[in-house]
Design a protein around this ligand. Sequence first.
Ligand code: SF4
Ligand code: SF4
Length: 283
Amino acid sequence: MKIAIASGKGGTGKTTVATNMAFSLANAGLKTTLLDCDTEEPNAHLFFNLEGAITREIGMPIPKLIPGKCNGCGICGDICRFSAIVNIGKMTIIHPGMCHACRACWELCPTGALQPSEKPLGKVISGESEGISISYGQLDIGEMSGNRLIQAVKEKADTSAVNIIDAPPGTSCPVVETLGQIDFLLLVAEPTPFGLANLRSIVDLAKNIDVPMGLLINRSTTEEDKLIEDYAVESGTRILARIPLDRKIAELYSSGQLFAKHLSEYRKLFLDLYDDIARAVRS
Ligand code: SF4
Ligand code: SF4
């Protein structure tokens, strides 16, 4: 099973939920994999002491212009949806950093002037900790499109395990890539007006992918939660769990520790949450 954990922005506690849920499941004896797809700023692994870490370099194909073969037809510039190729007069200019490796340009170039060539993109680091198989992607500095790297992290999913996928923040291209072929989407929101605005944007995005989803309110308080509760009713999104605004959690987090490791009530919370999710996936 693949459970993606996402939020409309960073700082909502998405990674905290992903890491502590993964720990709780593994601690209960479930085979668990944690995949950090936030390749621009991976930090799930910081809560673990990765053993036997293996690094795999990942590249992506980009177009290379073969001198003397381009007739300046402009087809490549017209079909590139990412403005990674510009045709000025008879000149063809490639911006490798903007390429998403969709392959359209070299497949449709009528003269064979464009050929694929591999360029380094980043790395996938994998290891074990706390009984969890952990993988994360690290995009090279200056790279703008990590989709191929996200795919490489997701390839580490284990079909016989519960795969917890920590999605990048926001609602842009890397999030869409991460949410492909998942079984359940868990949205994390905090009960503030800003949190609500970001929740709206990720729910709008999620409606385009046909997958069951639910909501976890982080830093929940009785007074503030109504904001999210009203929207949950309005949008038809079920609230599955709440993690309270708890000083003990903040103290453990600030010292880089998994709060579920020290506070058994939260291990139970994550196991109950997983049971709910498993039921929703089965139905
Ligand atoms: S499609 Fe090929 S031939 Fe046409 S402009 Fe692009 S590189 Fe040149
Ligand atoms: S491979 Fe796709 S994204 Fe990259 S330059 Fe060609 S058309 Fe644009």
